[in-house]
Design a protein around this ligand. Structure first.
Ligand code: APR
Length: 173
């Protein structure tokens, strides 16, 4: 990770729905019709118009990403991505999780957004071990930032002290 790339990355602990960035990323499910966890928090904070727009999107495949407005959120946009359900025996989960970050960043860049915040995708209900997921999230994001000129800030928004420590330890290692 080059110094220039690292300077674009921030690790922050708190509720992602409060962040004033161009886009926050939602850890959604394939229906894009809301759920619990960060999905539920984002829909509650954005208001019913978010669900109304999500209904027009026709769902989302695992690893893919789709964009909507942010409505009542401080963020202008929400990028909805669907993480893999963790499985020790499925070798595809790491690639699918990496695709969530890659496709969300590419979508943000295509929309000329310069700041984006990610939750720890798949690390809640979908059961992805935080240390493995953190490595995939940070490495994939750094690789993307090495060749992209549009995105200037990526915030990893963690909801627990443990997750925050895993990310700060990995990034400073
Ligand atoms: N801000 C930031 N992070 C949050 C917030 C929040 N407000 N709420 C929860 N998180 C964290 C969780 O602590 C976890 O580390 O987001 C991470 C992802 O957890 P989940 O929200 O459970 O998402 P995921 O594991 O990807 O499972 C997705 O859960 O909510 C449903 O509809 C969703 O079916 C989908 C599944």
């Amino acid at each position: 990770m080059s110094k220039e790339t690292l300077s674009k990355i921030e690790v922050w602990k708190g509720d992602i729905t409060t962040l004033e960035v161009d886009a926050i990323v939602n850890a959604a499910n394939k229906t894009l019709l809301g759920g619990g966890g960060v999905d539920g928090a984002i829909h509650r904070a954005a208001g019913p118009e978010l669900l109304a727009e999500c209904r027009t999107l026709g769902g989302c495949e695992t690893g893919e990403a789709k964009i909507t407005k942010g409505y009542n959120l401080p963020a202008s946009y929400v990028i909805h991505t669907v993480g893999p359900v963790y499985s020790k025996t499925n070798p595809n989960v790491a690639r699918l999780l990496a695709n969530c970050y890659k496709n969300s960043l590419a979508l943000a860049s295509r929309h000329n957004l310069s700041s984006i915040a990610f939750p720890a995708i798949s690390c809640g209900v979908y059961g992805y071990p935080i240390k493995e997921a953190c490595k995939i999230a940070v490495d994939t994001t750094c690789n993307f930032l090495e060749t992209d000129q549009t995105i200037k800030k990526v915030v990893f928004a963690l909801f627990s002290e443990d997750a925050y420590k895993v990310y700060t330890t990995y990034i400073c290692s």
